[in-house]
Design a protein around this ligand. Structure first.
Ligand code: GLN
Length: 539
């Protein structure tokens, strides 16, 4: 039987509920517990796969190929665990399955209603996610009071009394604003938020209070009293120097005490030594490098969350602050790569979809290649290395990816119309395929070439496993031409070109996969680690 910790948010969004959930999970995991994580999202999209990164931040891809909320990325980075598609569901998925069941006669004449059917489906999915774990941490998207969150609230309320549930614990994350004019911290919004929770039958057992200033003892007491929790169950969450310090800060406040007591765990003593040492290197590293990060969704840095976190992980292991110099690919088109990248120790071109900014990325690649600057190209950033090489080394005028020019004379990157997906099913892909769920998604093996930077980065491994999210592939008919001119294929997956390198360049790697999805604080991704090391060597 599983115990459940529910994390809800009050007052406003962006308070760091995901980091809170992940931090509690980390402390329990390091105490030897088998922890599962689940994010439930009240939006109607079936998954975030079709949402703009500018709208919703990054789409995180799980090992089993689900496009999920970016919080699943936080869970994996903190808990050093690969979670599966069962770790995230949305209102869209809940309704889809209930309606499908209704259409196929699964409810035999009943009227289908939010209560009990939608709520019942939510409870069922939460329990499925909890199977096999001692404790499941469930983070509810949105804020208390949102109309679309109500069925989820009702579901977790009902679980308090469920015979199949061994115990429940409710954590509420809220904001304590500081009003400058009055010089005071204010508890009222939190009180209202807790009242709203109580109105729907949930009494939080712990308040995590986001605040700019430390909470004085008297304030804590007052907050505890008005929210009906004990004062050691008010945990303060100040802005942290690194998100990875949050578990340490919670631990110092003995967050596990009330959780263990309520859920009936014996004393919990997490071993956080290695973690703490890494956090210290993030906060006060000895060395520093600058990576030129070329992308197009720069207004919302959350769209590259996993990638920016992965640079922090590698930095921590190399005792280095990896500073990011954000370079908008469209600005390169206007001002040239040299001007914008000249102060960077290396160049990173991230993945992306759509035409905008592509020519600027190609210029950045040319600059890194010609000036022998360490280069890592991820997904689109790899595809464009082939386009750049074709145009500027092989002289293939008009070479492109068919994503950007359907009629290019040299389709270096093309569409495989008959594609075998992860479960062995044939996927038909054309330009007109629906957008949702037609990508190559999830983990695939990649065979590495002897003597390559890639194999070296992965400690000599002949086969590596990385995650994917793309529709187009490198076109094998140009392989011979490319290899004849010094661009070498160093990774292959089932006949597909996965990685390329350039002979004579100190460190140039293009990878079709997304290495950032498997990077964790404790185990940084090898491609990224080798890239940061190469950046250090070049500096
Ligand atoms: N747009 C490219 C494709 O679909 C690359 C995708 C990516 O970078 N994630 O193949």
């Amino acid at each position: 039987m599983t115990k459940y910790i529910f994390v809800t948010g009050g007052v406003l969004s962006s308070l760091g509920k995901g980091i809170t959930a992940a931090s509690v999970g980390t402390l329990l995991k390091h105490s030897g517990k088998n922890v599962g994580m689940l994010k439930i999202d009240p939006y109607i999209n079936v998954d975030p796969g079709t949402m703009s990164p500018l709208e919703h931040g990054e789409v995180f891809v799980t090992k089993d190929g689900a496009e999920t909320d970016l919080d699943i990325g936080n869970y994996e980075r903190f808990l050093d665990t690969s979670f599966l598609k069962t770790s995230n569901f949305t209102t869209g998925q809940v309704y889809s399955s209930v309606i499908e069941r209704e259409r196929s006669g699964g409810y035999l004449g009943q009227t289908i209603q939010v209560i009990p059917h939608i709520v019942g489906e939510i409870v069922k999915r939460i329990k499925e996610a909890g199977e096999g774990h001692e404790v499941l941490i469930v983070e509810l998207g949105g804020t208390v009071g949102d109309i679309e969150g109500l069925p989820f609230m009702e579901a977790i309320r009902q679980m308090k009394h469920d015979d199949e549930v061994e115990g429940t614990f409710f954590i509420h994350v809220t904001l304590i604003p500081f009003i400058k004019a009055a010089g005071e911290l204010k508890s009222k919004p939190t009180q209202h938020s807790v009242q709203e929770l109580r109105r729907i039958g949930i009494t939080p057992q712990m308040i995590i209070a986001r605040s700019e200033l430390p909470l004085p003892k008297t304030f804590r007491k007052k907050l505890a009293m008005s929210c009906d929790v004990s004062s050691n169950s008010v945990i303060e969450a100040l802005d942290a120097a690194s998100i990875y310090d949050v578990p340490m800060s919670f631990l110092r406040q003995n967050i596990l005490g009330p959780i263990a007591k309520e859920l009936g765990f014996d004393e919990l003593n997490p071993n956080m030594e290695e973690w703490d040492a890494l956090v210290k290197k993030i906060v006060q590293p000895k060395k520093r490098v600058v990576v030129g990060f070329v992308g197009k969704y720069l207004q919302l840095k959350e769209s590259y969350k996993s990638l920016t976190e992965s640079l922090i992980h590698s930095g921590a292991h190399l005792d280095t602050r990896v500073e990011i110099c954000w370079v908008d690919s469209e600005a390169i088109e206007a001002r040239g790569a040299q001007e914008l990248l000249k102060d960077c120790d290396s160049v990173l071109v991230a993945g992306g979809f759509g035409n905008r900014g592509v020519e600027g990325k190609i210029e950045a690649i040319k600059y890194a290649r010609e000036n022998k600057i360490p280069y890592l190209g991820i997904c689109l950033g790899m595809q464009l290395t082939l386009v750049e090489y074709a145009r500027n080394v092989l002289g293939f005028e008009g070479a492109n990816s068919v994503e950007f020019d359907e009629n290019t004379p040299y389709p270096m990157i093309y569409l495989i119309d008959n594609f075998l997906d992860q479960s062995g099913n044939t996927q038909l892909r054309t330009h007109k395929s629906p957008m949702g769920g037609t990508l190559r998604l999830g983990e695939y093996p990649c065979d590495t070439k002897d003597g390559s930077l890639l194999r070296k980065a992965y400690g000599g491994a002949k086969t590596i496993f990385e995650r994917h999210r793309h529709r187009y592939e490198a076109n094998p008919i140009y392989r011979e031409a490319l290899e004849g001119a010094g661009m070498i294929v160093t990774g292959e997956s089932d006949g597909l070109i996965e990685t390329v390198e350039i002979k004579g360049h100190p460190w140039f790697l293009g990878v079709q996969f997304h290495p950032e999805f498997t990077s964790r604080l404790q185990t940084p991704n090898p491609s990224i680690l080798a890239f940061v090391q190469a950046t250090l060597d070049a500096e």
